[in-house]
Design a protein around this ligand. Structure first.
Ligand SMILES: NC(=O)c1ccc[n+]([C@@H]2O[C@H](COP(=O)([O-])OP(=O)(O)OC[C@H]3O[C@@H](n4cnc5c(N)ncnc54)[C@H](OP(=O)(O)O)[C@@H]3O)[C@@H](O)[C@H]2O)c1
Length: 328
């Protein structure tokens, strides 16, 4: 198949590009800064020759959007909104105008669309959409508003010949440098992998191989459309999540942090505490009901696999370094 991935240069795009190319598909990435073969320029807002890549393609997977790992200042929040909504609108226009439109458009969304809650998990049918929870900072509701506007932009696109699916994805865990697992592992190795603000908030996650398999499943199943949660079936409280990560790497202790300490840490890392403190209790109701079988349903096994692959990469890099210095 020909698969076009707008915004495919980031963490999730790298995972998908690697797996889908290895499976023999032709993958084209739309990026603001093309640097490699099969990367095509676009700006995420306006029409251009890039639209020709979409005409005649089989699948479009739009991932574009300003990174959420930043301080949630008004300007950054506005950028997060605009980059997602505008890129989705223009992708929709390109699909609508195509002489041979793709069969399916998978549009990235986020598990953040659901409410901050502890009492019950959110699936697609019974889950509570966020935005009106008491006792949470006001700007958390803006993150939900971004997610809803993002999905709405896909929903209203007039693309009658293309099936539309919104990927309400939890954090995608891969051993790659710079990804969310890398950041959590680094914190844990610094001794900071303890409970944050009590650690009762739920962490939803999905292993990278299951993320790719779920995408393939949604491409193949031409009866599925609309929002689909991409998350492992058993999210767990942050304190247990970090304990299992420490145990997988062999780190004996993780210092607990208060909410105020988390604020300071997030400020230092130029990121935001919503990513740590919001209880994202999201489960894959539709995927399970449709027979999707998770290879990594539980975090201890997933963390063990990610740590093994991460250590494998490190050992390989070390061995290559030794070979280079040995031959020089
Ligand atoms: N990572 C996760 O665990 C996760 C979970 C749920 C949802 N998501 C969502 O999935 C998408 C991909 O995630 P990711 O982790 O791969 O993100 P990422 O690493 O930040 O990559 C996003 C890509 O979007 C493009 N982009 C950034 N700002 C843009 C703008 N103003 N206009 C157009 N394109 C822009 C960038 O491509 P160029 O700079 O090459 O143009 C970038 O490579 C994001 O929208 C993210 O919110 C991610």
């Amino acid at each position: 198949m020909k698969i076009v991935i707008p915004g495919g240069t980031g963490q999730v795009g790298t995972i998908l590009n690697r797996a889908l190319s290895a499976a023999g598909h032709e993958v084209v990435v739309l990026t603001r800064r093309p640097a490699h073969e099969r990367e095509v320029a676009w700006d995420g807002r306006t029409w251009g020759p890039w639209a020709e890549e979409i005409d005649g393609s089989d699948v479009v997977i739009n991932l574009a959007g300003r990174s959420v790992s930043c301080r949630y200042t008004p300007a950054n929040l506005r950028d997060m909104m605009d980059s997602r909504v505008h890129s989705t609108e223009i992708v929709g226009e390109a699909i609508a105008a195509a002489a041979r439109p793709p069969g399916v458009w998978l549009q990235m969304s986020t598990a953040t669309v659901y409410a901050h809650r502890f009492d019950a998990p959110n699936d697609e049918a019974t889950g509570v959409i966020g935005g009106s929870e008491p006792d949470v900072p006001d700007y958390w509701s803006y993150s939900v508003e971004i997610a809803r506007a993002w999905e709405r932009a896909q929903d209203v696109a007039d693309t009658p010949h293309t099936r539309k699916v919104a990927l309400r994805s939890a954090m995608v865990m891969s051993p790659d440098r710079g990804g969310v697992f890398d950041v959590l592992l680094r914190l844990a190795r610094l001794g900071l992998g303890g409970p944050v603000a009590g650690g009762g908030q739920y962490v939803s996650w999905i292993h990278d191989r299951d993320f790719v398999r779920a995408v393939e499943f949604l491409v193949e199943r031409d009866d599925l459309r609309g929002p689909v949660n991409l998350a492992a079936p058993r999210p767990l409280p942050q304190r247990a999540f970090m304990r299992e990560l420490r145990s997988a790497w062999g780190i004996p202790v993780g210092l607990p942090a208060t909410r105020a300490m988390a604020e300071l840490g997030a400020f230092a890392l130029r990121t935001d505490t919503e990513l740590l403190l919001k209880s994202r209790r999201v489960v894959p109701g539709r995927l399970l009901a449709e027979g999707f079988d998770f290879a990594y349903a539980d975090w201890p096994e997933a963390a063990g696999d990610l740590v093994r692959r991460r250590r494998g990469d490190r050992d390989r890099a070390g061995a290559e370094g030794a070979l280079v210095s040995g031959s020089s």
